[in-house]
Write a protein that binds this ligand. Structure first.
Ligand SMILES: *Cc1c(COP(=O)(O)O)cnc(C)c1O
Length: 382
């Protein structure tokens, strides 16, 4: 790259963070962290100040997601990736069905495939940019086992494709990876048994924690599977025990030490979302951003929304392919040199693409400024 372009200041977004996770942290969250600096940070997670933070998060999430009777907010350390192992150890009885249409869905499918005590999963695959849907299974697999868990991403962050979580008829626990969708995509939690996520996307905090909204059926399933182990032939390490996490969560604690700063920023974001009008507000705000991004891509002859079906185009993580004549890597680098960050595509997707995080912390006006900035870069590339 030669001399970097200078994008005129009036075109640039007020805040240039568009990452798909870790995502933009609002200044007010950082202020909350600074305020906690003299009180909560550096104090015991077994004492009231930190337990009160966890209580605020659990109560706030219960309200944000309008929890049906008997559903509970559970949390533990390790992020969503750790939760895949928790679910493999404690929630899949014999066989899972996975919708796999990108990196994250595929990773959970790989986790249950590795478990020696489970039958090979039924994996429903679709090409990146489209979606695979779960379906009642009549295929009992090589071992003759029926499916007892249905798993899908809510939003596939690696490709920018989203679905609407809907119960598969005929039973089986519904496990929804809502890591990048929870808090900004519409959901009827009653259609799910475990709606799980992590704080570094919509909730604009740091990573390292998993959160799961669990139905009574999921809680009962884990209790039964864990009680039968290890005689049943499976080993459930304490760190991966869903029931241990639940027991601790009910006491507003985690099994081992959490990152307290993450809790502070997460609590602030949950309360901010509620104060703005809750899930409905958040859904509307991200829809506004997405309508602009995809509308812009459709108007430009050098850009195309990657996800062909408008109904599956994510309203939180937008993906836009650029014409082969324009080097997306160069566009991303020019933007970065001008303080506009992280609009690169998912690394393994390998497309000539821009990917834009449009989480609720991102002002829709900044998404407009981003597309104006891209227009400027494209017009001035030599
Ligand atoms: C980011 C992401 C993950 C991984 O989350 P970690 O907390 O880093 O483990 C999993 N699934 C989806 C859909 C994601 O967007």
């Amino acid at each position: 790259m030669g001399m970097p372009l200078t994008i005129p200041a009036q075109l640039l977004p007020a805040d240039g963070r568009f990452g798909a996770g870790p995502s933009k942290v609002r200044p007010e969250q950082v202020a909350a962290l600074a305020a906690a600096g003299a009180t909560v940070l550096g104090t015991s997670h077994r004492q009231p100040p930190v337990k009160n933070l966890v209580a605020r998060i659990r109560t706030g999430l219960a309200s944000l997601f309008s929890l049906p009777d008997g559903y509970e907010v559970v949390l533990g350390n390790g992020g969503s990736t750790a939760f895949w192992e928790v679910a493999t150890a404690c929630l899949v009885e014999r066989r899972a069905q996975h919708a796999s249409f990108g990196e994250f869905g595929a990773k959970f499918a790989a986790a249950t495939a590795r478990a020696p005590f489970l039958a090979a999963p039924d994996v429903r695959r679709a090409e990146p940019g489209s979606v695979a849907l779960l379906a009642a299974s009549s295929d009992d697999g090589a071992e003759g086992d029926g499916v007892d868990v249905y798993a899908t991403p809510h939003n596939e962050t690696s490709t920018g494709a989203m679905i609407t979580p809907t119960r598969v008829p005929g039973g089986g626990l519904m496990l929804i990876d809502a890591t990048s969708g929870a808090g900004a995509l519409p959901v009827d939690v009653a259609q799910t048994d475990v709606y799980y996520f992590a704080p570094q996307k919509v909730f604009a905090a740091d990573g390292g924690l998993w959160l799961a909204i669990a139905s009574p059926a999921a809680i009962e399933r884990a209790a039964r599977i864990e009680a039968a182990a290890p005689q049943s032939g499976r080993w459930v390490p304490e760190f991966l025990s869903f029931t241990t996490a639940l027991t601790n969560s009910r006491l507003d604690q985690t099994l081992n030490t959490p990152a307290v700063a993450t809790l502070v920023m997460l609590a602030d974001q949950v309360e901010w979302l509620l104060g703005q009008g809750g899930l409905e507000w958040s859904v509307a705000r991200t829809r506004e951003s997405a309508a602009h991004l995809y509308g812009w891509a459709e108007e430009r002859d050098f850009a195309t929304p990657f996800v062909a079906d408008p109904a599956h185009r994510s309203t939180v993580v937008g993906t836009v392919d650029l014409d082969a004549s324009i080097d997306a890597k160069r566009v991303v680098a020019e933007l970065r040199a001008n303080g506009v960050y992280d609009v690169f595509p998912y690394r393994k997707l390998g497309r000539n693409q821009l990917r834009v995080g449009m989480f609720p912390a991102v002002d829709p006006a900044d998404v407009e400024a981003l597309t104006a900035s891209v227009d400027y870069v494209v017009a001035n590339l030599s």
